[in-house]
Design a protein around this ligand. Sequence first.
Ligand code: NAD
Length: 353
Amino acid sequence: MKTYKICVIKGDGIGPEIVDEAIKVLDAVSHKFGFELEYDHRLMGGCAYDVFGEPLPDETLESALNSHAVLFGAIGGAKWDNLPRDKRPESGLLKIRKSLGAFANLRPAVIYDELINASTLKSEVVRDVDILVVRELTGGLYFGQPREKKDESAFNTMIYTKAEIERIAKIAFEAALKRNKKVCMVDKANVLETSQLWREVTSQVAKNYPDVSLEFMYVDNAAMQLVRNPRYFDVILTENLFGDILSDEASMICGSIGLLPSASMGGKVGIYEPIHGSAPDIAGQGIANPIATILSGALMLRYALNEEEAASAIEEAVKKALSEGYRTKDISAYDAKEICTTAEMGSVIAGLI
Ligand code: NAD
């Protein structure tokens, strides 16, 4: 039987609760589709700092590097907020992304008909929204050197190479080929030299994809258009900082933050994680929505393990659970027939596989 090794990082806050449900569902599909998932559980984030004094212990990174994929919950919490920057949970996340070469962050933002009223936008504006944000993840302002903070001033560096832009642009065009064949590259080329290079390189890459249309949009306009007419977008390609902000905006127009998955890939091993954080405010109460993590498991099956049928089965089961009226607390105001705990929602979805 085909066996895949998965490095599982549950993390902090609601991380353990939601990852347990993803595993429940993954076990159901692996059983049904005839493959085995071997889980190697490792620590990262605040919980790793408490044990090892580091947010990303070497043994966790080693396990990730030797796995087919990383399934990740979330990290962080007030307890670790005042540590030096390199000891904070977020540093562990940035380091693992960089070490795995996960330079591309894919975030689908899709509206479920059953939850259309969960969006803060009018239903006629958001119906049929289906956007894929492709965000560059390991370059730009978050990593650029030099960087410095003094008492009276501080600075960061935004730097991109042609090769970094080329490889992420290819991912966006490849994804667009399988969708509505539209790439919108978002930048600030009227002000930033880095954006001008992005335009030049992306235009070159576009020549290899004659079936895909490419347009450019300034980031301020894109932020506006996302709430004005989100259906306009198919694939949004953008650099790290703009992508961080726009992907949150795109996901929020879909309603609950607890529904949306992401894939961080491009290197040998990808990281599959919900878009939300560790939600310390609801941790341990059994009310977190596990769907984003369950759907991240589906992305893992599709992109890392090439188990497309199993991935689609998870996505169908999630849709079915929602259409049958199962809701966690965060989405309970929308056509709920039964309010579920985190574990009950996982069991319902696993049962529908
Ligand atoms: P958050 O995403 O954790 O929570 C924002 C709000 O959404 C909260 O009200 C929370 O209860 C709710 N929420 C989040 N996930 C939910 C779910 N699955 N079901 C129901 N409700 C959910 O963001 P935050 O509060 O700004 O950050 C909390 C901690 O998470 C911080 O330490 C932050 O640094 C960290 N964080 C981690 C990641 C990551 O691990 N990738 C990402 C973002 C934030």
